[in-house]
Design a protein around this ligand. Structure first.
Ligand SMILES: [Zn+2]
Ligand SMILES: [Zn+2]
Ligand SMILES: [Zn+2]
Ligand SMILES: [Zn+2]
Length: 485
């Protein structure tokens, strides 16, 4: 702990124990928006079980992969990654090679992550892999497991998984109970590793970053540069402030967010958004994000359930929508949603697109225009239309999500930045250079804070914007030329 405090103090950080919250990370100096607060290599990491392509076990790339010939389980994109992983994989390879073919099928990423966790601990104990103040098993030991709060069904599952890990590891002195508790630890501490566009690549354990607590209105954001986790401030953080990131999707009512946090992380959030639970503006926000719209097309009011249970009353104009009508549209939507996702997952994009449009129509009748369900339908339509290369319609859907994104992802939020980026790319494809410049500039304004400027992803974005500027000035000069003629 002393070592960790020393390492953190050089970065302007300190760990404090608060009675109601446990460990918290505080700033000991000011941080400006976009500044890197922490970066950390994973203690252990593992790629997702790939649906189509395998991934490099070290960097998660999917190109030029070669399978480890000894264990036939792990893939690498080249000798650099293989070498970086060798000390750990040498041991892992040995145990994996002994696992019989049938059992290999049950080798999920969680099982592999656990095997790697204990093997890495062994290698650090034997000083084959060096330890540092921010890279040692004590930090993993200090993580909360919430094992006493885990329900019976989950405990049985953890025990079964632990049994398998013990069989694979064949290490003396580790019992099933200890491994099961470690699974509980991973469930509430491991992070999903994503690419720059927030698509999931794998899972990793980052014990120092795990000290950072959650807020539904966080002052920092966690992104990944390859396997390295990077926490950046998204606002001015004065000295003596608790650093916070978000553990969950923050677009949602307070009830929805609290439920998600309780279920996975076992705590009741007391962030500035959550303390408003039940207050007037929180009720209004929940009704807008997850409730119904007014019967009157011209009224933007939000609806609250009538205490007499007749239906839902518009808080702006007083009109009542009866329960039966709402239930009918909601169940139609549900049926169509099942059909649409079946169509989409079986690759019938044109049919899926038509079905999602029917869902959108129903949701327009049912939900408030800032509804999250409607926003999600439009996100899906955007994705499908891009696959169908129908850029014009895709652009219309992309633009329609922006006002909702601005509301649910305020400030410097990567998702808003990425949505502007998508908009700008489609506008560019459609030859709308002026709007493309506007959208790409907005994307850069946000993403330079959340992602920094040094990643290949951000370099690509900057080049796109430069190209758009060049195109615009070329168009302008050729227009001027023709006027001069
Ligand atoms: Zn690699
Ligand atoms: Zn191997
Ligand atoms: Zn909260
Ligand atoms: Zn109304």
């Amino acid at each position: 702990m002393q070592d960790l405090q020393g390492a953190l103090s050089q970065r302007g950080l300190t760990v404090t124990n608060l009675p109601d919250k446990g460990r918290c990370l505080f700033s000991t100096r000011d941080f400006s928006p976009g500044e890197v607060i922490l970066n950390e290599e994973p203690f252990v990491s593992v790629p997702n079980r790939a649906s189509v392509d395998a991934r490099c076990d070290w960097c998660f790339l999917t190109t030029n992969l070669k399978r480890c010939s000894a264990c036939q389980v792990v893939w690498y994109c080249g000798s650099t990654c293989q070498k970086s992983d060798w000390k750990l994989h040498r041991l892992e390879c040995g145990v994996l090679s002994k696992v019989d073919k049938d059992r290999l099928k049950s080798l999920t990423p969680s099982i592999r992550l656990m095997v790697k966790l204990y093997l890495r601990r062994k290698l650090q104990n034997e000083k084959i892999i060096p330890t540092t103040a921010t890279d040692n098993y004590n930090l993993v030991e200090a993580l909360v497991s919430h094992i006493s709060e885990v329900d019976e069904k989950q405990l049985v599952l953890f025990a079964q998984m632990a049994n398998l890990v013990k069989l694979i590891l064949q290490l003396p002195g580790i019992d099933i109970k200890e491994i099961a508790e470690s699974f509980s630890k991973l469930a509430c501490n491991a992070h999903t590793i994503c690419d720059s566009e927030l698509r999931p690549l794998g899972t990793g354990l980052y014990p120092v970053i795990s000290i950072i607590n959650h807020s539904c209105l966080p002052n920092s954001v966690l992104v990944f540069e390859g396997r390295v986790a990077v926490v950046r401030s998204v606002q001015h953080i004065p000295k003596g402030t608790e650093v916070s990131i978000s553990y969950i999707e923050t677009a949602g009512s307070t009830m929805t967010r609290q439920k998600a946090l309780k279920e996975q992380y076992f705590f009741s959030c007391t962030c500035p958004r959550c303390v408003k639970l039940g207050q007037c503006d929180d009720i209004q926000e929940s009704a807008i994000l997850e409730g119904y719209r007014c019967k009157d097309d011209g009224c933007g009011g939000f609806l609250i359930r009538d205490p007499g249970d007749k239906g839902f009353i518009c808080q702006h104009c007083g009109l009542v929508r009866d329960k039966e009508e709402i239930t009918k549209i909601a169940s139609e939507t549900k049926l169509l949603s099942e059909k649409a996702s079946r169509l989409a997952s079986s690759g019938h994009n044109t049919e899926a697109c038509a079905t999602y449009k029917m869902i959108e129509e129903l949701q327009l009748k049912l939900c408030h225009s800032f509804s999250i369900a409607l926003m999600q339908t439009r996100e899906t339509l955007l994705k499908i239309l891009m696959e169908l290369q129908d850029w014009k319609e895709a652009l219309a859907y992309c633009r329609s999500t922006i006002p909702v994104y601005q509301r649910v992802y305020p400030g410097f939020h990567p998702l808003l930045g990425l949505q502007y980026y998508t908009c700008g790319k489609i506008e560019w494809l459609l030859g709308d250079t002026d709007n493309s410049i506007k959208s790409l500039s907005k994307a850069i304004d946000i993403l330079q804070i959340t992602h920094g400027m040094n990643t290949p992803f951000m370099k690509e974005l900057s080049i796109k914007l430069e190209e758009a500027h060049a195109e615009a000035s070329y168009k302008l000069s050729s227009k001027n030329l023709s006027i001069d003629d």
